[in-house]
Design a protein around this ligand. Structure first.
Ligand SMILES: Cc1ncc(COP(=O)(O)O)c(C=O)c1O
Length: 432
């Protein structure tokens, strides 16, 4: 019997490569198509607020680019990326203490593609990737597509717990597992909103160096801090043991799809070959557009505008949670980025609650999507990047009512949980 995907029968089910079995659409996607209706307050999406950009200026810049540099902008480019943009990227990374040269940078289709290429060149089926628990859903989807085994490392309000990292590495290496790298979002993490403290940064670097484990530092939110200067990147203190991934998706716009990897020389060479095999070359057009934006526009001030806007929304969310969430709910207090991670009282299951929340016109991402080991049921990710503050407050009021109702149901009938379909619970790009 052919297997069904949704309501459609898949005639090719027995012909896919084994790795395709790891690619499963989440059943919560269907719910999110309802959640994108205007009457629903979505605290689910991870979309930056691009409306805050000077869109007319960007429009002129793009049209000028075609008129004046069309033959280059509309031509194939190099597999490593535009050399001038790579220099500008080094300047951006300097804000986080990174000293680097353009030769070590590869421009990619968002940092998501960098993640894909890194995984492609390092992972054989069954290899272990260490990742925070919870971890960025798009990375988990990539690891699963390449049949990696993800082992989560516990974290708290200061990020990865170094003892947990050291113990896990020891146990896995003693058991003969092949650990290929540690994947981490140390600053304003997606989804937990927490930041690895300075002291722990040192410890994590030391532990990985001692154990010979490469670190993949994914840092799309690093410049979106609400107070103080940007954190020093892990890569700033170890050029040989860290591959740094960056992106213009949150500091400019995801529509350009421009991200990058900064890697030790040998890895960089493999990345370029993998890049060429995937797409020949990145779009010259969007690379030059980003380069032109950086060269002619006050991009640091624009990042400040984004930071202020997101800070106001973070405050709206935290104040509203404080005001209306029932006792027993706890949440993180991000100092930058897009996300708050909420923990529900014992006996509540965020995935089971989601349909009820959507019918009350509020949406969130259930915590299970951010774990590969069945964890996360008592958690949810709330994002404040996209809705306006008033909408955020209204969304939180609706959510609080739903959670109170769930608590009453739990007290009457006991605990509930959503069915588990197995696999990685990846929502679509707008929710990543
Ligand atoms: C932690 C993290 N890494 C990578 C990405 C991918 O970003 P992009 O491919 O747009 O650069 C995202 C997007 O939300 C993210 O949150």
């Amino acid at each position: 019997m052919p297997a069904t995907q949704g309501s459609r029968i898949d005639a090719y089910v027995d012909r896919y490569a084994a790795r395709a079995t790891g690619m499963v659409a989440s059943e919560i996607r269907a719910l999110f198509s309802v959640a994108s209706r205007p009457e629903v307050v979505s605290l689910a999406g991870g979309m930056p607020y691009v409306t805050a950009l000077p869109l007319d200026v960007v429009g002129e810049l793009v049209s000028d680019l075609v008129a004046k540099r069309g033959p280059v902008a509309l031509q194939y480019g190099s597999g490593q990326g535009d050399p001038h943009l790579r220099e500008q990227i080094c300047e951006v990374m300097r804000l986080e203490g990174i000293e680097s040269g353009p030769d070590d940078v590869v421009v990619t289709v968002g940092s998501q593609q960098a993640l894909d290429l890194i995984t492609r060149i390092f992972i054989d089926p069954g290899d272990v990737v260490l990742a925070e628990g919870p971890s960025y859903v798009g990375a988990l989807g990539t690891f699963s597509a390449y049949q990696a085994k993800v082992v989560h490392i516990a974290m708290d309000d200061e990020g990865i717990i170094p003892e947990s990292l050291a113990q896990t590495i020891y146990a896995l290496q003693t058991a003969g597992s092949r650990i290929k790298f540690l994947y981490t979002v140390p600053t304003f993490q997606n989804p937990a909103g927490v930041t690895l403290s300075v002291a722990r940064r040192r410890q994590v670097l030391e532990i990985c160096q001692r154990a010979g484990i490469l670190i993949i530092e994914d840092n799309p939110y690093g410049l979106l801090g609400f107070d103080g200067d940007p954190m020093r990147a892990l890569r700033a203190d170890n050029a040989d043991g860290v591959v740094y991934l960056g992106s213009f998706s949150k500091t400019l716009a995801p529509g350009f799809r421009v991200g990058w990897a900064l890697a030790p020389h040998a890895i960089r060479e493999k990345l370029v070959l993998a890049m060429e095999s995937a797409v020949l070359s990145h779009s010259s057009f969007t690379q030059l557009a980003v380069g032109q934006y950086l060269a002619t526009q006050p991009w640091r001030e624009q990042i400040k505008t984004f930071r202020e806007l997101y800070r106001e929304r973070r405050d709206a969310l935290l104040d509203a949670l404080e005001a209306v969430m029932p006792a027993g709910c706890t949440w993180t207090r991000p100092r930058g980025g897009f996300f708050v991670w909420m923990t529900l009282p014992e006996g509540l299951d965020s995935k089971a609650i989601l349909p009820r929340a959507v019918s009350e016109r509020v949406a969130f991402v259930p915590g299970t999507g951010f774990f590969t080991d069945g964890g996360g049921a008592r958690h949810m990710r709330l994002s404040y990047c996209y809705p306006e503050p008033d909408r955020i407050r209204e969304g939180v009021r609706r959510l609080a009512r739903v959670i109170e109702q769930e608590m009453r149901l739990r007290d009457t009938f006991g605990t509930s949980s959503a069915p588990d379909h197995g696999g990685v619970d990846t929502p679509g790009p707008d929710l990543a």
